[in-house]
Design a protein around this ligand. Structure first.
Ligand SMILES: [Zn+2]
Length: 123
């Protein structure tokens, strides 16, 4: 679906960061994707190389970290949600309307020529 535009967004952010750090080539990037975000990791992997063509990220290695969905059950506290059950506690089936994590889509790290940047908080 919209993975190509997601890839382009990530590339734009990564290029901005790279330019702030001297503008060298980007060798690798790590992206955190929530299981509950609308992004399909495989599709992003597939879309990325073509989108990166002609940018500082051409040929860069894309790593994707999947973040599981976590909700808040009134009985069980933080629980890891299962996609097929929806926003419900897997233990007692109580609704957990609030998603504590699992919808992220953010650039987590960049490897520039000779420089590693971790823990970027850029969405
Ligand atoms: Zn529960």
């Amino acid at each position: 679906m919209h993975e190509a535009s997601v890839a382009l967004d990530l590339i734009r952010v990564a290029e901005t960061v790279a330019l702030e750090h001297g503008g060298g080539r980007i060798l690798a990037l790590t992206v955190r994707i929530g299981q509950w975000s609308a992004v399909v990791p495989e599709a992003l992997h597939a879309a990325f190389p073509a989108c990166a063509e002609g940018t500082l990220l051409a040929g860069a290695h894309l790593s994707i970290q999947l973040v599981p969905g976590v909700g808040l059950c009134p009985l069980h506290g933080r629980v890891e949600l299962e996609l097929q059950r929806g926003l419900r506690c897997p233990n007692c089936d109580a609704p957990t309307p609030q998603l504590l994590q699992g919808d992220e889509l953010e650039l987590d790290g960049l490897e520039l020529d000779g420089l590693e940047l971790d823990g970027l908080e850029l969405a």
